[in-house]
Design a protein around this ligand. Structure first.
Ligand SMILES: [Zn+2]
Length: 332
């Protein structure tokens, strides 16, 4: 039996409460919605991923009451298309978030697939990428180490919890609206305060925090001991040329370098008049403009802050108007 699917669908805010760092004002500003609390820096958009603590938190709930995860599991080909299901199985392979920082993020890193499978019982790790949509004048990110560091040094950081020491060993990158950055699994990173971005990720919530603040050691390291956790951290230097390549956009529309292709893809799409997009599972994030989205099953009004879920089964969709948006897609 094929159930009718509810896409294309405008998605409202889906912000887990009580995350361990402050933020969310930029999401409220972008969407024109209230900020649920000072600790809502993340908005899970079109999500089949729950937070590490579980309880269904983070999952997108559809108008019929099912979670998107349940709906995709019930009819993966309709949502994802035959080819995607053949290559990746009945998983979306994509998590999109809006993220807004009111304070600097923890210095953290994410496991790659092999480490996640070996140590965390997850077939997927978490490579991620950012498209900055708003940023304070002095906004920055820290990414990778400026020089090779030793396990002993990281153990000292862990014991002393001196974040300035950690940051001093890392590359510091200014961030402005329009910037993009691929963050491969294993690289230590943090985002400074005052940054709003669209984040594409492998669909897991696996973060290993070298800087733990008030979190317990088990919370910070997902229950691993430090020596085990260190096995997932890139201790080598990440030189300037590598940083430059991670910041590179490819051509007019493709937002991330080729290294992102196995994980996800994103395009910055500007429409003046009318434009047809091929069928795919995707999350659209409208950055600016006014327009409409038309599909066989329905039409939607779009303006800044709108986020839309589309399915492969929607068929081609047509955008009309003056629109500036990011289309986030699974790997191809
Ligand atoms: Zn991260």
């Amino acid at each position: 039996m094929t159930m009718t699917i509810p896409t294309p669908l405008l998605l409202g805010p889906n912000q887990p409460l009580d995350r361990p760092y402050r933020g969310g004002a930029g999401i409220a500003r972008f969407r024109g919605t209230p900020q649920p609390s000072p600790f809502t820096p993340e908005d899970f958009v079109g999500s089949t991923t729950e937070v590490f603590a579980g309880g269904g938190v983070g999952l997108t709930v559809l108008p019929d009451g099912r979670t998107l995860r349940e709906a995709v599991a019930a009819d993966p080909e309709l949502f994802l298309g035959e080819e995607h299901v053949r290559r990746f199985g009945p998983r979306t392979m994509l998590l999109v978030k809006l993220l807004d920082t009111a304070e600097r993020l923890f210095v953290h890193y994410h496991p790659d697939d092999a480490f996640a499978a070996r140590q965390l019982s997850s077939p997927l790790g978490k490579t991620e990428a950012w498209a900055v949509i708003d940023a304070a004048d002095d906004a920055y990110a820290a990414l990778g180490f400026r020089r090779a560091v030793t396990p002993e040094e990281v153990r000292t950081w862990w014991t002393g919890q001196d974040a300035d020491e950690m940051l001093a060993a890392m590359n510091r990158l200014p961030l402005a609206a329009g910037d993009t950055l691929l963050v491969p699994a294993g690289l230590a990173h943090a985002v400074g305060p005052g940054v709003t971005l669209v984040e594409l990720q492998q669909p897991t919530d696996l973060s290993l925090l070298i800087e733990r603040r008030s979190l317990s050691e088990a919370e910070a390291l997902l229950g691993l001991d430090l020596d085990t956790a260190l096995g997932g951290l890139t201790l080598d230097a990440t030189p300037e040329e590598r940083i430059a390549s991670l910041r590179q956009r490819r051509g007019a529309e493709t937002l991330f370098p080729a290294d992102a292709d196995p994980f996800f893809s994103a395009e910055r799409i500007q429409v003046t008049g009318s434009r047809e997009l091929e069928p795919t599972f995707s999350v659209l994030v409208v950055l600016d403009g006014i327009g409409t989205l038309e599909a066989a099953r329905g039409s939607l009004s779009l303006s800044r802050g709108a986020t839309v879920l589309t399915s492969h089964g929607d068929g081609p969709i047509t955008l009309d108007g003056d629109l500036d948006l990011i289309r986030c897609r699974p790997p191809r």
